[in-house]
Design a protein around this ligand. Sequence first.
Ligand SMILES: [Ca+2]
Length: 465
Amino acid sequence: MISKLARLFLFLVLCLCPFYSVKAADRPNIILIFVDDVGYGDIGCYGSKLSTPEIDRLATEGLRSTDCLVAANVCGPSRAALMTGRYPMRCGHPISRHNTPKYAKYGIAPDEITIPELLKEAGYYNKMVGKWHLGFHVEGSHPLDAGFDDYLGLHGNYSASHADNRTLYRNREVLEENIAFEKVTNRYTEEVVNFIKEDRENPFFIYFSHHIAHTPIQPRAEFKRKSGKSGGVYGDFMLELDASVGRVRAAVEEAGISENTLIVFLSDNGPAKLGSADPLRGGKYVTMEGGHRVPAIFRWKGQIPAGQVNDAMITSMDLLPLFCDVAGVEIPEDRSLDGKNISNLLTGGDPKSPHRFFHYYNGLNLQAVRNEKWKLHLPRTPADQPYWARKAGANRKKINLTLKEPLLIDLDTDPAEKKNVIAENPEVAAELRKEAERIRKEIGDIDVTGSDQRDHGLVNPNEKG
Ligand SMILES: [Ca+2]
């Protein structure tokens, strides 16, 4: 990817010749395919029985990560962290928002710096298609306020009960009211494919944010009953997603820009009711690996060697520094970033994790700290946790809802997190406890305000209403 020297050269060129447009060839296009509630065990190449040949092909052509963690186990905070490269507690968005007055002013703070805002500095055209979920009607937090040049989508989850959640928007305007959900993914895919086909001088960033596999589980007619008895309606839904990924990949190939386009495939959190996190345990709403570890695939012909499977711990927050690196943009130095540049890891230069620790928050509650294979679950009560962890629908995943004593897990031998090995490894537990104390002081906990924590501004944040 772009060396420091090359970046310095680009910087000097931009300083000396402000009207010189750096050619697209110098800066790759970036396509981020972000999927919703797709579990670690929902993709063929991750061991699923579901058929996802196009996503598998993307992995075969690039790098598949087996240990990519998202910063939250639900949609909203996971997306806030993705866009800012910072833990939700740090960037002020630890809770998922809803269409109620409580969240009227709750979005991404305008002072946060997002991926598209940074890429814009390098002349990127930033396009967003799909689910935003970060405050569409909140002043300063619309995708166009967050650095995107254009937007098409249903801004939140599709909902039968809220008309605004069935409205397709183009930028800030209503494009179509009451759209049938079955049409949406195809509409999005056409938008993205047509955009890729256009000739343009400047590089682009596309943030394609799917509704699949979040509820409603309603595949388009042509995919119904196509995944067989074992796949069911969920398998059909995943087939529809897979076909969309295939169309985007094919458009990149046909446009002849594969060697100049980084494609990333990533999920926002673990699976809900119908999905699978196998061989991990738990899913959406909980601090188990099944809630946080997600499929993550990186494909860039000629830059990322094909056929790699990498087991180093990386995070969704690493995309911001990665994209800055490939675009030749300096990362912001006026704030703490939790993401780290994984360029070297992707190109095979250094396969190790750039992270020493990962911190698992459930809403405002620090619940676990990880260092490589070791994960320390911290004591917690139901009252410490947000409504989603306590709700009846999360029953099957109510694992460790109450924890009186810490648990130490060796994830290498026990990925399902069943065996407490704290008695055998007191030094490891002590180190992780120390790190928990440190991060709690820095970005907070349910009963602590951190020194580097943006105020979320929510009253009674653990409750939905
Ligand atoms: Ca989600």
